[in-house]
Design a protein around this ligand. Structure first.
Ligand code: ZN
Length: 463
C-alpha cells in the first residue's frame, strides 16, 4: 500500500543517488532561451522531447499547443484525472530561460552545462525554472510509484515558454482553456525563498507600473560658457522632480500611490518575524531607507516601492561643455494588491503640477505586470503550511508576495484559484545574470516537502 514516509524516502533516495542531478543536467543542456532569436526549435524540443514523454510516463494526457500570440513559444497543457470527487490541483512552470550570456560566466562555468561546485549546481535554468518544476515532477513520480500507480487527486499542468518575455499569450491561453484548467488551487514553484534555509510559501506577486519622466527644454545643447547660469538645466530640474517624488531617505512623497489602509492585518501577521536578505554580497539592507515605521519585511512584501531604473542627460560616455537639452529617467513602482494601478499616473501628474514641475512629462506609463494576492490566512495556504511543516519538521514562512515576478494574476482573474507558490531557490541565485545556480540543500528539502504535499492531496482532510 505504501506510506507517506515511504514516498519521501523514495524521492530522496533518487536525489541522493544522483538521478535527479543527471536528469536536471539533461534539461539544462537544452538551450531553450526565449530571449535570443534562433532558439525556437530548442524551446519546442524542451516540451516535445523532454517534458511530454516524462508526463506521459506518469499517466498524463499531454498536448503541446501553439501560443495564441504569433511569434511566442508553445504552451504545454497536461491532465491526469482520477475522479470528480477528488481535489483538483493546477500546477505551473516555464521551460524557457533568459539568454545564456555565454561570455560572462566565470571561468570553468557555462550556461548549458550543469556543473556542481560545493553546495551548488550551476547552469542556466537550474533555478529559473527548470530545476523547480523538475523537482515537483520528481516528487510526483515518487508518490505515484509509492501508491502503486494512483495519486488520489486530479492534477493539471501548464508549462509555458514565453515567461522570460513577459508571459505573452498566457492570459489568452488560460482564458481559452478556462474550463479544462478549472481547479481548486494552484500549487507551483518559482522564485526565491526568503532565506536559503527557510521553507517559504508566497501567496502572490507585487505588480510593476513603469513610466518615463522626460524634460525637453530646447532642440540641442548650448555652450556652457555662454549659457550656463542663464538657461535652465534639465538635469537639475528632473533631479528635483525625483526628489519631490521620494525623499532622500526613500520615503515616497506621492502619498496617493500607497495602500490607503496601511499594511493589511493578515499580511502584517505573517510577516511578523519574517527574515529578509539571504542574497549574500548582492546588496545591503539599509535600516534608514524606505517608509518609516515599517519592518524590513513589510517594506518589501507589504508596501509599494519606487525605483529609478536609469536616468540620463547629455552623453555620459562623451560629455561636451554644454547645458544639455533634455533629461530622462525610466522609473517603476512595485505595488501590492492593495493599490489600484489606475491611480499612479493621475496622482503623479497632480503631484508634479502642484509642486511646480508641470514641464516634466510622463511617457510610456503602463502596468508591466499585474499584482495578485491570495489571503495568507486562506485555508489552502494553511493546509500547505501544515503539510510542509509535517514533512520538514521546521517552520514555514508565508509571505504575501514573491519578491520576483510570477503570472499569478492570470490564474486568479480567470480561474479564481488561490495561489500557493513554493519557491525552491534563493535571492543570491543570479537567475537573470551569469553564474545562475541552485542550492542543493534547499532543493532537497523542496523535493521532500512536495512529496509530502502530493501525498497528502490524495488523503482526506484537504480544504
Ligand atoms: Zn526568470
Amino acid at each position: 500500500m505504501g506510506s507517506r514516509g515511504g514516498a519521501v524516502t523514495r524521492a530522496l533516495a533518487g536525489f541522493d543517488g544522483g538521478a535527479f542531478r543527471e536528469h536536471l543536467a539533461s534539461l539544462v543542456a537544452i538551450p531553450s532561451t526565449s530571449q535570443d532569436p534562433g532558439y525556437q526549435a530548442d524551446v519546442q524540443a524542451y516540451l516535445d522531447s523532454n517534458i511530454r514523454p516524462w508526463l506521459e510516463r506518469l499517466g498524463f494526457t499531454v498536448e503541446v499547443l501553439p501560443n495564441p500570440v504569433a511569434g511566442f513559444g508553445p504552451i504545454l497543457l497536461a491532465e491526469r484525472l482520477e475522479g470528480p470527487d477528488r481535489p483538483t490541483v493546477l500546477t505551473y512552470g516555464h521551460g524557457d530561460t533568459v539568454r545564456g550570456l555565454e561570455d560572462q560566466w566565470r571561468q570553468g562555468l557555462s550556461p548549458w552545462t550543469l556543473i556542481q561546485e560545493g553546495d551548488r549546481w550551476y547552469g542556466r535554468g537550474t533555478a529559473d525554472n527548470k530545476g523547480q518544476h523538475a523537482l515537483n515532477l520528481t516528487a510526483l513520480e515518487a508518490v505515484i510509484a509509492e501508491r502503486g500507480g494512483t495519486l488520489g487527486f486530479n492534477l493539471k499542468m501548464v508549462l509555458e515558454t514565453s515567461e522570460e518575455r513577459g508571459s505573452i499569450g498566457l492570459r489568452d491561453f488560460v482564458s481559452a482553456n478556462a474550463d479544462r484548467l478549472a481547479a481548486d488551487v494552484l500549487i507551483a514553484s518559482d522564485g526565491p525563498r526568503v532565506m536559503p534555509e527557510v521553507p517559504t510559501i508566497a501567496t502572490g506577486t507585487r505588480g510593476i507600473f513603469q513610466f518615463d519622466l522626460v524634460l525637453e527644454l530646447r532642440p540641442g545643447g548650448v555652450h556652457s560658457g555662454h549659457w550656463g547660469g542663464l538657461t535652465t538645466d534639465p538635469a537639475i530640474i528632473l533631479s528635483h522632480a525625483l526628489g519631490n517624488i521620494m525623499d532622500r531617505n526613500g520615503r515616497i512623497l506621492v502619498r496617493d500611490w500607497l495602500p490607503q489602509n496601511g499594511v493589511p492585518t493578515s499580511v502584517r501577521a505573517v510577516l511578523d518575524g519574517c527574515p529578509v536578505g539571504g542574497g549574500g554580497e548582492a546588496a545591503t539592507i539599509d535600516p534608514d531607507w524606505g517608509e518609516p515605521g515599517l519592518t524590513p519585511a513589510e517594506k518589501i512584501y507589504g508596501w509599494n516601492s519606487f525605483i529609478v531604473l536609469a536616468m540620463v542627460s547629455g552623453r555620459p560616455e562623451n560629455p561636451v561643455n554644454a547645458v544639455a537639452p533634455s533629461a530622462r529617467a525610466t522609473c517603476h513602482i512595485r505595488y501590492t494588491a492593495d493599490t489600484d494601478p489606475a491611480v499612479f499616473e493621475p496622482a503623479l501628474r497632480k503631484h508634479l503640477d502642484e509642486n511646480g514641475f508641470g514641464a516634466v512629462r510622463i511617457e510610456k506609463a503602463a502596468v508591466r505586470m499585474a499584482a495578485s494576492r491570495t489571503d495568507p490566512a486562506h485555508p489552502w495556504v494553511r493546509w500547505t503550511v501544515g503539510s510542509m511543516e509535517r514533512t520538514l519538521g521546521k517552520r514555514v514562512q508565508v509571505i504575501p508576495n514573491s519578491s520576483g515576478g510570477l503570472p499569478g494574476d492570470v490564474f486568479v482573474d480567470l480561474l479564481g484559484v488561490p495561489l500557493v507558490w513554493i519557491p525552491h531557490s534563493y535571492n543570491g541565485c543570479k537567475q537573470h545574470g551569469p553564474d545562475e545556480h541552485l542550492l542543493i540543500a534547499p532543493a532537497r528539502e523542496g523535493l521532500a516537502a512536495y512529496t509530502g504535499i502530493w501525498w497528502d492531496l490524495g488523503e482526506s482532510g484537504t480544504p
